[in-house]
Design a protein around this ligand. Structure first.
Ligand code: 6PG
Length: 242
């Protein structure tokens, strides 16, 4: 069962999300001397990254390893690039060794090759054997108005992937590929944390958290097998929850 936390304001939501990030991070570093995180893109997490970047320079960033749960197939300096957003709101403000930041090489015009390269970066970093999946300490996720998460969109081929870690997922409505973690990776996380804010997300949040749709929304298919599922929402996004 997901743990659902609702906060009165966006500021309270992002402060709590930062606390959760730092708590999991400190515990992971104390236990294993490293903290592995997959960051989400879009607009929602930017406030969290800005908070971490401005108020937590003293966090143990040298033992923190940052990955991207999904990325747009645009160059890293493009306005739609998740890497660019994270770089501007977080990376440019903290002392993290550049080798601790694993970005998708989206400058590669071949999205499938970029996804395969990113998969091999994960396999090397986590020293995976064939058929094994990485266990991130924390995977941050958002919720799209259509119920997508990462870049796993409704009716997209990527929903069916069972063995690869990273795919180039064709998104018909945007007529482009997105590079995305697959469900097996999301569901091997120690913690999957959804961040959802704003009144425009209230309807889809209610459907995803309380509805039963066939097929299920992609966000409903995030069910960590041996991990925690946490939904953090502000009051506006949670207003239709019973
Ligand atoms: C992306 C994200 C995506 C995002 C949702 C919500 O690259 O766009 O990873 O899954 O989390 O689309 O986006 P907003 O936060 O902008 O509403």
């Amino acid at each position: 069962m997901p743990s659902i936390q609702v906060f009165p304001t966006p500021a309270a939501l992002f402060h709590a999300a930062a606390e959760e990030f730092l708590r999991i991070g400190s515990e992971a570093i104390a236990a294993r001397n490293r903290f592995t995180v997959a960051l989400s893109g879009g607009s929602t997490p930017k406030s969290l990254y800005s908070l971490l970047g401005s108020g937590h320079a003293d966090f143990d960033w040298p033992h923190t390893y940052l990955f991207f749960g999904d990325e747009r197939h645009v160059p890293p300096d493009h306005p739609e690039s998740n890497y660019r957003m994270v770089n501007e709101s977080l990376l440019s403000k903290i002392q993290i060794p550049p080798e601790n930041v694993f970005r998708v090489k989206t400058e590669n015009p071949d999205a499938t090759a970029a996804a395969a390269d990113y998969e091999s970066q994960l396999r090397t970093f986590f020293a995976l054997s064939p058929g094994e999946f990485p266990r991130f300490d924390l995977i941050l996720l958002g919720l799209g108005l259509d119920g997508h998460t990462a870049s796993l969109f409704p009716d997209s081929e990527g929903l069916k992937e069972k063995s690869r870690l990273v795919i180039a997922n064709w998104v018909e409505k945007f007529k482009t590929y997105r590079i995305s973690f697959t469900f097996p990776v999301l569901n091997h996380a120690a913690e999957a944390m959804f961040l959802v804010n704003g009144p425009d997300k209230a309807d889809i949040a209610q459907q995803v958290l309380e509805g039963k749709t066939t097929p299920p929304f992609p966000a409903q298919q995030v069910q960590p097998e041996n991990g925690r599922l946490l939904w953090m929402l502000d009051q506006a996004a949670a207003k239709l929850l019973s």
